[in-house]
Ligand binder design. Structure first.
Ligand code: 13P
Ligand code: SF4
Length: 331
């Protein structure tokens, strides 16, 4: 799959069109015994049409246990591949093949093999945002939701190769300073742009707001560092996966939150906490890959049985152990 940044299409569907497409999706899904899984960054109307909305970890767990025959993945390619590995008997469809991931594209299986050869006794841990070929080289897979649980499951005397996200790797190093962790220099094109000065400007405007930061963000490492040395109060600052953020907005008493991640998540936040206010740290933080998925192409994927995501058996068999460990570890 070639990776170029898609242009985000601004759809101006009327409420009637949205309702019509949603009804078509539900009817086709019922006929095909399909389940629609959507990531927290999806367009609002796609989230609303889905059977389950969640983070990478939650979606993987749903894919592993669903009794459906068909999984429509309203997310990006690596998520659909992970579902195909977890549920080999099911047909996994991705509505648009342009739904790649700039972070997953920063490392190849060959890169991993070379890196492992340099550190032969290290344990390799890869973020779920990787291709199936990369996962096939890994000892453990993780998501932002369970990265520390995965690190803690590895014997304390073993060094760790962490890939591909540099900021998440820096987060691991700061949270587990006693561990030997080598970090790959990959980054997500959306999150790297959310920087400390952007976040500070939002905090200055809304001093009463609590702050939710995804660990892939450019600002995350510096914030954690400052919290660690007492430069920033830890109270009201949460570094969390997308689902961890959803839990925080209901669990915390605050009425206002600054959200440092892809803005699509704010739709779900408004649904789970309608009496609270959500402010994007960076209103331009949109993932063009996630936004390739629309109601129309979800409908078409069900109607036309496209695009079927498969992983060669040998790659799937080798990737499966790392993915199973990811699904099993953490809340
Ligand atoms: P989560 O695992 O937190 O849902 O994040 C996935 C992702 O792609 C972040 O950019
Ligand atoms: Fe990949 Fe970044 Fe998009 Fe997440 S937000 S899917 S890491 S490009």
């Amino acid at each position: 799959m070639t990776l170029s940044l898609p242009v985000i299409e601004r759809l101006d569907e009327t409420p009637e069109e949205v309702a019509g497409l949603t009804a078509e999706i539900h009817e086709l899904a019922r006929r095909r015994n399909a389940v629609v899984l959507a990531h927290n960054y999806q367009r609002p109307e796609v989230q609303d049409a889905a059977d389950y909305v969640g983070d990478s970890l939650g979606l993987s767990r749903q894919a592993a246990k669903t009794p459906a025959d068909v999984i429509i993945f309203a997310g990006v390619h690596f998520m659909a591949e992970t579902a195909a590995i977890l549920s080999p008997a099911k047909r996994v469809l991705l509505p648009d093949l342009k739904a790649g991931c700039s972070l997953a594209a920063t490392i190849t299986a060959e890169d991993v093999r070379r890196w492992k050869a340099e550190f032969p006794d290290y344990i390799s841990v890869g973020y779920v945002n990787t291709t199936a070929e990369v996962k096939a080289e890994l000892d453990y897979c993780c998501t932002s939701g369970n990265v520390l649980d995965v690190i803690d499951a590895i014997p304390a005397d073993r060094g760790i190769l962490f890939l591909p996200d540099f900021f998440l790797g820096a987060h691991v190093r700061r949270m587990r300073p006693q561990r030997r962790v080598e970090v790959w220099m990959g980054e997500c094109h959306v999150h790297k742009e959310i920087r400390v000065d952007t976040l500070n400007a939002a905090r200055a405007r809304y001093p009463d707001a609590e702050v939710l930061v995804h660990p892939e963000c450019g600002c995350a490492g510096q914030l954690i560092y400052e919290m660690g040395r007492g430069g920033i109060a830890a109270e009201g600052l949460h570094v969390a996966s997308t689902e961890g953020m959803i839990r925080a907005v209901t669990a915390r008493p605050a009425k206002r939150f600054i959200v440092a991640t892809e803005t699509g998540i704010m739709h779900r936040m408004r649904q789970v906490a309608p009496d609270k206010e959500f402010i994007a740290a960076d209103p331009e933080a949109e993932c063009a890959f996630m936004k390739t998925i629309t109601l129309a192409n979800v409908r078409d994927s069900l109607a036309l049985d496209r695009y079927h995501i498969t992983v060669p058996d040998d790659i799937a068999a080798r990737a499966r152990g790392a993915i199973d460990r990811m699904v099993a570890l953490g809340k």
